[in-house]
Design a protein around this ligand. Structure first.
Ligand code: ADP
Ligand code: ZN
Ligand code: ZN
Length: 722
């Protein structure tokens, strides 16, 4: 009997592949290899070595290892194996997520040999008259990573400027293997002095000596959580250790990075979707080779091969961008917490509106709860008021009193923000005169409107009835899907306020590089303007002159079929309210609703998140929803709805032996997307173990099925959207 190795390939297959080791070479788990696969060769990752060879068939031999060291060190391998099991996703695809694209394709894991330049020393060391040299120094010191000569030249600087600075020692070649970034960190004196409250919060976060701890830093908007992270890292991160700071994509602006870099210099490296392949490889190598970096990055940074990870921070931990929405549907926050456990180091989750999962963990004592309930500067929390718009004429979703408020705000030379809630733009029908909504006669849920077949359906059982055009209760013809009309909000604002700029902030207008900066520049100039947009507006920006926030339609979130929609609505409203009155001027928030007596909205007016979170948790407990039960969804898409549903019927039959609560199968809320018919089966269980076992058996059985052409299915564990 010979010994062989088991290899993972970057394919959506729930299996490993056996190969013989090449003669005279011993391979280690995590190592990158080239292997013959079919008629081609493929890049693989060694998962197991020295496994006994099955005698029944002849194996091919690994062509060659690509490095003599494992691309994935043991801790990263353990982490990803766990994640593959937890999310029931093929291991190969999970493992390859930890490699930069260049290495997935088989490129060498080496830096290009050309020098990369970074600033060192001080600007003051460069003579004032050497203007271009000073500009070059400044540019380099603001860059997110050391820059190649070609990049320097492309910026319009010359080789002689580069050489002068290099000779004078004001810039140097970065050698990523030897940089001991610790020597470059700023003096503690450069950090702003913490307020008393911040200091108190900092002192109560467990230190690394305590091993693995998870802290929920609940700090209201503007309380200065970032300063607390910075001080924590400064005090507790050893010079030779690595840290990971996760931020939502939209928050990873140059300003944020500059804030970190001011205190940690080139020890800060970044990781986000706008990096090119070389930049990713460069950063990946620094992380893998154990350089003591502090990595500020978005979701996928959680999976990088750190070898000396000693602290993890997840900023805005409630943010839904931490959950990958397709393929390997991991939650970066949850993976980060597990990684803290693996490394026996502290994890800090920060938010003004923490997820109900984290609040639950904090209240049950699993997490430490640290509160920061004062704003750092002079700004005071805004005043929140409900405006009942039942029976009021609406234009583009806006009521007359709301338009009058905007007018007053502009007259005072200030800026207004109009927030259109799109999330939970669920097809729920509501009477805009009396507020009535149709409920399922069998379940305690609202019916969903399906426009294609003009049907009203229950999301939990299979009840359905024809849609009506008039309110069944008061017979008004204002019986419409919630959110209707808000597509026109921006036009109506432009018509009403022709002399005022209306600035749109949404996914499209912020995704282009630099566009959010331009928007911020315009807004921060302070001249009157109206910002209009969706969820994007709520995220982490400082608009000093915004004093009024109008929320166009709160009801979509309150009455969505998605059980998380109220949580997300409240989080968004508090975040968006946090945009008002960040400066010296007090802020006001006006929330339009047809349900001004709703307990959550009334709690919102008290301005405190934790009591509302408790209220929402009580509701979750009463209906046995997460975090009180574990949830997973089997999602399908196919060329016909019948095929999608038939497949899920089989899945249901396979799962029904276990003691689980099952909803469906049902068409998804967005039942058709790009000509694909989407359906889902929801599984709920009081115990994670039972759910995990069921899903393992289910995936095993479903993998054996012959699928109808064009059918795809996926498992979504801890789904954010139902
Ligand atoms: P959060 O993330 O909690 O909303 P930030 O960390 O962005 O808050 O801080 C909000 C504002 O307050 C920022 O402009 C920050 O520079 C300022 N700030 C925070 N802490 C201090 C402090 N101790 N001294 C001076 N300014 C502070
Ligand atoms: Zn009515
Ligand atoms: Zn029902």
């Amino acid at each position: 009997m010979t010994l062989n190795v088991r290899i993972a390939l970057n394919r959506p297959l729930r299996r490993l592949f056996d190969y013989l080791s090449p003669a005279g070479i011993s391979l280690a788990p995590g190592q990158r290899v080239r292997v013959p696969f079919g008629r081609q060769s493929a890049i693989g990752l060694v998962v197991e070595t020295d496994t006994p060879t099955p005698d029944t068939f002849t194996l091919k031999t690994v062509e060659q290892p690509l490095e003599d060291w494992p691309a994935l060190p043991p801790e990263t391998l353990t982490l990803l194996k766990w994640a593959a099991r937890y999310y029931h996703h093929p291991l190969g695809e999970c493992l390859f997520m930890a490699l930069p694209p260049a290495l997935r394709r088989g490129r060498a894991a080496e830096r290009k040999s050309e020098p990369l330049w970074q600033a060192s020393g001080h600007l003051d060391d460069i003579p004032k008259r050497a203007r271009r040299q000073r500009e070059l120094w400044q540019w380099l010191s603001e860059c997110e990573a050391p820059q190649a000569t070609a990049m320097v030249l492309a910026q319009g600087f010359s080789r002689s400027q580069l050489n002068s600075l290099s000779k004078g020692g004001q810039i140097k070649e970065s050698d990523t293997r030897t940089t001991r970034a610790g020597s470059e960190t700023a003096a503690v004196a450069d950090l702003p002095v913490l307020t008393g409250h911040q200091q108190e919060a900092l002192n109560t976060i467990p230190t690394p000596d305590a091993g693995f701890t998870t802290t929920l830093l609940y700090g209201i908007t503007g309380s200065g959580k970032t300063e607390v992270y910075l001080h924590y890292l400064h005090q507790h991160l050893a010079d030779d250790s690595q840290a990971l700071v996760l931020v939502p994509e939209i928050n990873l602006t140059p300003q944020t990075v500059a804030r970190f870099r001011r205190y940690f210099g080139h020890r800060i490296v970044v990781w986000h979707s706008a990096l090119n392949d070389s930049e990713r490889l460069e950063t990946w190598l620094r992380v893998r080779h154990g350089e003591p970096v502090i990595l500020v990055g978005t979701r996928s940074a959680t999976l990088l091969p750190f070898t000396r990870l000693a602290t993890l921070v997840v900023d805005e931990e409630h943010d839904s961008s931490y959950k990958q929405g397709e393929g390997f549907r991991y939650s970066a926050r949850d993976v980060a917490v597990y990684r803290g456990h693996l490394n026996q180091c502290p994890v800090i989750l920060g938010s003004a509106t923490p997820s109900l999962e984290s609040v639950h963990n904090a209240l049950s004592g699993k997490y430490h709860l640290v509160k920061l309930e004062q704003r750092a500067g002079k700004a005071r929390p805004p005043e929140i008021r409900l405006l009942d718009v039942r029976s009021r004429p609406l234009e583009g979703g806006l009521s007359r009193p709301a338009l009058a408020e905007i007018q007053r705000c502009l007259d005072n030379g200030q800026q207004a923000l109009v927030f259109v809630n799109r999330r939970g733009y669920a097809p729920v029908m509501m009477c805009f005169d009396c507020g009535y909504m149709m409920e399922c006669p069998r379940c305690d849920t609202r019916l969903t409107y399906h426009r294609r077949d003009r049907a009203m359906r229950c999301h939990h059982c299979d009840y359905q009835t024809a849609a009506t055009e008039h309110c069944p209760k008061c017979h008004s013809d204002a019986f419409k899907p919630i959110g209707q009309g808000t597509e026109r909000t921006e036009d109506v604002l432009s018509d009403h306020f022709p002399d005022t700029p209306v600035v749109r902030v949404d996914r499209d207008s912020t995704q282009r590089k630099g566009s959010i900066d331009n928007i911020l520049k315009q807004v921060n100039s302070g001249a009157p303007c109206i910002l209009v947009g969706t969820q994007m507006l709520a995220k982490g920006h400082d608009f000093a002159n915004v004093t009024l926030v109008i929320v166009v339609n709160a009801d979509g979130g309150l009455f969505s079929v998605d059980f998380r929609a109220p949580e997300q609505l409240i989080q968004t409203l508090i975040q968006v309210s946090g945009r008002a009155g960040r400066g010296e001027l007090a802020g006001r928030v006006v929330v339009q609703t047809c349900h001004s007596d709703h307990p959550l909205l009334n709690a919102l007016c008290q301005g405190q998140y934790l009591p509302i979170a408790r209220q929402m948790l009580a509701e979750r407990e009463a209906s046995q929803l997460p975090p009180f039960q574990a949830m997973a969804i089997v999602r399908t898409e196919a060329t016909t709805m019948a095929a999608s549903l038939a497949f899920l019927d089989q899945a249901k039959a396979l799962a029904s032996e276990a003691n689980l609560e099952l909803w469906g199968p049902l068409p998804a809320v967005i039942a058709r997307r790009a000509d694909r018919h989407r359906a889902q089966l929801v599984l709920l269980s009081p115990g994670r173990k039972v759910l995990a076992q069921t899903l393992s058996q289910l995936t095993l059985a479903l993998d054996q099925q012959r699928l109808p052409a064009g059918l795809r299915w996926q498992i979504d564990v801890d789904p954010l959207e139902t």
